[in-house]
Design a protein around this ligand. Structure first.
Ligand code: NAD
Length: 457
């Protein structure tokens, strides 16, 4: 700690009034849905309506159906789920009680009037439906994490490419106006060099920990348990496994697949990264939600990328919210929930002000005199640093899910690239597999790009 009551930088800031004004103004970002979801700013003609079906109409599927009502130029023409009550839930969500509902997604893929499908099933079911949909000539919006295993992800990429399909993966933050602004700042170079990125997503409610209630009508006669088990080991009927599937390794990836993948997608998008991390090392444990789950309720992972390190944490025992921080040599950028802020670092020169207090006064003064002679004050003062920074928020009611859907359906119409395609989605899913591999193997997880495999470090 400096014994100097005021450092040169602080002195200069007082001189410029910067320390006095500490209020950071928030700029409200403008939503871009209206222009993004229309063609050339004009309303979508009826002939360009994209007809889609939702396969999986649970929590996220219904959320998507509700959001779809705000996306111009699309129409839900079928819904599909393994649990009967979710047919009704989907019809209610899309405000159309007569939209056809089925338990067999192949019946939807056979329909010629379906342009695209939205896959919002448990993660272990993504691959099969994805591959069948691509083979049937449908474009696919697949929820995140794209894959349940590394091998599946590459098979899905191949299926999309072989069949020439448009694919979007569902980490909707990458379509957010907040993340677009963050990317603009990152790309401008205002952060300088960024060697360290730190992100977390913490929440501590039972709902946030997937302790979902079991609906009173859940039984083997209302749920197609046999189909649910496809792609997973056999198991007797268990509604907890069906409704709280994220807790079990057979169907989900725990916090890695649920939340890390959102944080990684945001980081990859902002930094223009389109490759998995080089390696990852995780630590954590199951501390509070000891309800038979197989995944930890706290996981922290350190990722190595070629140019920076990323530390991620998800903690179900604290309610810290969602956060990504980019720490650069010239500035710091923070995304906290729906707010983005940027603050420049003060890198103007100042004399060393700590160790010289272990010198005799004469030597200290000699050093300071020389230093000040070499760094005249007026020149330094001229470069004013506004360390109050700037911040931006999304407007009330803003939905990045609506923007992400709009991005996909526009791509279906125009065949122009989506913001998060299958290659990008595969890479961020590998990030969550790296984290889980390291956690369960208690070893460093190394990405082997040639073998397309995770190996022990
Ligand atoms: N992007 C996001 O913010 C976000 C949020 C929540 C969930 N998700 C993702 O969405 C997906 C679904 O999550 P959820 O919370 O809605 O789960 P959920 O359990 O509420 O719903 C999944 C539904 O898929 C259905 N299903 C499974 N296999 C099927 C099949 N073969 N055919 C038809 N229906 C099938 C099930 O019957 C179930 O109703 C997951 O991949 C999850 O990671 C993404």
């Amino acid at each position: 700690m400096s014994k100097n009551p005021l450092s040169r930088r602080q002195f200069m800031q007082i001189g410029t009034g910067a320390l006095v004004s500490t209020t950071v103004a928030k700029n409200v970002l403008q939503p871009h849905i209206l222009s993004a979801a229309t063609l050339s700013g004009k309303p979508v003609p009826p002939s360009d309506t994209v007809r889609f079906a939702s396969i999986g109409t649970g929590v996220r599927g219904c959320e998507h159906l509700m959001a779809s009502l705000n996306v111009p130029g699309i129409q839900c023409v079928a819904v599909c789920d393994l649990y009967d009550s979710r047919h009704t839930a989907a019809q209610e969500a899309v405000k159309n009680p007569s939209v056809p509902a089925t338990g067999d997604y192949r019946a939807i893929l056979d329909r010629k009037d379906v342009d695209s499908v939205l896959i919002a099933t448990m993660d272990h079911q993504h691959r099969r439906i994805f591959e069948d949909a691509c083979a049937a000539g449908k474009d696919v919006y697949c929820e995140k994490p794209m894959s349940h295993t590394v091998e599946e992800g590459f098979a899905m990429v191949e299926a999309a490419h072989k069949n020439g399909r448009m694919v979007a993966v569902g980490s909707q933050r990458v379509s957010s106006i907040l993340y677009a602004k963050a990317k603009e700042i990152y790309d401008s170079g205002k952060l300088g060099e960024v060697f360290s990125i730190n992100a977390y997503w913490d929440r501590n409610s039972p709902s946030g920990a997937w302790v979902y209630p079991i609906p009173p009508d859940a039984s083997e006669s209302t749920i197609d348990w046999k189909t649910f088990l496809i792609g997973a080991p056999n198991h007797s009927f268990d509604p907890y496994r069906f409704f709280r599937w994220r807790c079990f390794t057979d169907y989900g990836e725990g916090l890695g697949g649920d939340l890390f993948v959102h944080l990684l997608s945001g980081i990859h998008f902002i930094t223009s990264t389109n490759a998995p991390a080089l390696r990852a090392q995780s630590s954590g444990g199951l501390y509070h939600f000891k309800d038979g789950r197989e995944f930890p309720d706290l996981i922290e992972t350190l990722y190595d990328y070629p140019n920076f390190r990323v530390t991620l944490r998800c903690n179900l025992n604290n309610n810290g919210g969602e956060f990504i921080g980019f720490y650069g040599t010239q500035g710091t950028m923070i995304i906290k929930d729906n707010t983005l802020s940027f603050r420049p670092e003060d890198t103007r020169p100042e004399p060393e002000g700590y160790s010289i207090y272990g010198w005799p006064a004469a030597l200290r003064n000699q050093y300071l005199q020389k230093w000040h002679a070499e760094h005249p004050l007026p020149a330094a003062l001229a470069s004013k640093i506004d360390d109050t920074g700037e911040s931006w928020v999304t407007p009330p009611g803003y939905s990045d899910t609506v923007d992400h859907q709009a991005n996909f359906y526009n791509a279906v119409r125009t065949r122009k690239p989506v913001v998060e395609n299958e290659v990008f989605g595969n890479h961020t899913a590998i990030g969550c597999h790296l984290a889980n591999f390291s956690y369960f193997e208690k070893d460093v997880a190394v990405w082997d790009p040639a073998a397309k495999k995770i190996v022990k470090g």
